[in-house]
Design a protein around this ligand. Structure first.
Ligand code: MG
Length: 351
């Protein structure tokens, strides 16, 4: 078992272990002692597999627990689903001291966190991530929100969970496509700050990762969130691959998974950096080769103009420029402020 403490306004722990989800009910009972009601939020893929067990455990410690389930997929990360969820909370008469529990992947966590951030001006929630992507990345750090037609995560709030339980046993039933989805974020962490992890992936690109590597990624995110909770500076580095990646995801109608799109985005970022003379040819080749070896497309056939339009709608655009995160070596990245009129050139550099 690994325990990782995140030192935000209200500190919380991330527990990584087989069976970690079993600790959630007792945590609520002993730590969030005013809670009487719990709404478990889960999607149509995860709920049939895992919701009953968690509901039974919550009820077992005397909590009044009910399930809110929604259609799985990024397409559900909308104001409409958010609206159904908060209306459900009101119907169940949840009070300010009651709790939400997110059981699922990134969409479930972001949606649940946003409902928790806003229902009655904010109630507590905990995260039980069931996907690799949610374990290594989205369940920690308190970013919550939903998508708009115009782009991803355009409505949201920073709202930290009270605890995160990463139960490794969920990975055993996770379909291969979603393991690969999460590995895109693992690759991101390796390039951001862990040359050893990069070498591990290079030596065996299709390797299944376990507790040690998952904890490394969460630890890196924790270190960044501890010093920059609201993304004023260094936290921007966590967007490596995401500016290009979000554009690819959006233009594919979310047919390309998030992790796959950001892996492609990372290859773009590496080539951009090489073109700008900030990354060596050798490191660029290693990054692009690893993206391919892990089974992602290192290039995108999307048109520059379309990608540029999609990037202009990204929420990272501010005051006429956008911060691209680019690697300067394996294990080190910087933000490159780029005026909007240079975005097309940046995309062409990345091809
Ligand atoms: Mg991401």
């Amino acid at each position: 078992m690994t325990r990782i403490k995140v030192e935000t306004g209200v500190p919380y722990e991330v527990v990584v272990d087989y069976g970690a989800a079993n600790k959630a009910a007792m945590f609520i009972k002993t730590t969030l002692t005013k809670a009487r009601k719990v709404v478990l939020v889960s999607d149509s893929n995860v709920a049939p597999l895992h919701a009953d067990k968690v509901l039974n455990e919550l009820r077992g410690v005397g909590l009044e627990a009910s399930l809110f389930s929604f259609e799985a997929g990024e397409k559900s990360k909308t104001l409409a689903t958010y609206s159904s969820l908060i209306n459900f909370l009101a119907e169940k008469r949840l009070s300010r001291t009651d709790i939400l529990v997110a059981l699922g992947g990134g969409v479930t966590g972001d949606l649940t966190g946003f409902a928790a951030a806003t229902y009655m001006r904010g109630i507590d929630f905990i995260q039980i991530p069931t996907s690799l992507l949610a374990m290594v990345d989205s369940s920690v750090g308190g970013k919550t929100g939903v998508d708009l037609e115009a782009g991803k995560n355009l409505v949201g709030a920073f709202h930290q969970p009270r605890a995160v339980f990463c139960d490794l046993s969920y990975l055993e039933t996770l379909p291969e496509i979603w393991i690969k989805d999460g590995m895109g974020e693992v690759l991101k962490y390796a390039i951001l700050g862990d040359m050893d992890l990069f070498s591990v992936l290079e030596a065996n690109p299709k390797r299944k990762i376990g507790e040690v590597e998952i904890a490394k990624c969460i630890g890196m995110k924790r270190d960044i969130v501890n010093i920059d909770e609201k993304e004023g500076g260094v936290r921007k580095l966590l967007n490596l691959g995401h500016t290009f990646g979000h554009a690819i995801e959006k233009l594919s109608g979310f047919g390309t998974t998030h992790g796959h799109a950001i892996a492609t985005g990372i290859a773009f970022a590496a080539r951009c950096s090489r073109q700008l003379g900030l990354l060596s040819e050798n490191d660029c080749e290693r990054i692009v080769a690893l993206v391919a070896a892990m089974g992602y497309d290192p290039t995108s056939l999307l048109f520059t103009g379309a990608m540029s339009d999609a990037i202009m709608g990204d929420k990272k655009v501010s005051a006429g420029s956008i911060d691209f995160v680019i690697p300067t070596e394996i294990g080190k990245c910087v933000t490159q402020k780029t005026p909007l009129e240079k975005v097309e050139e940046m995309i062409d550099n990345g091809r």
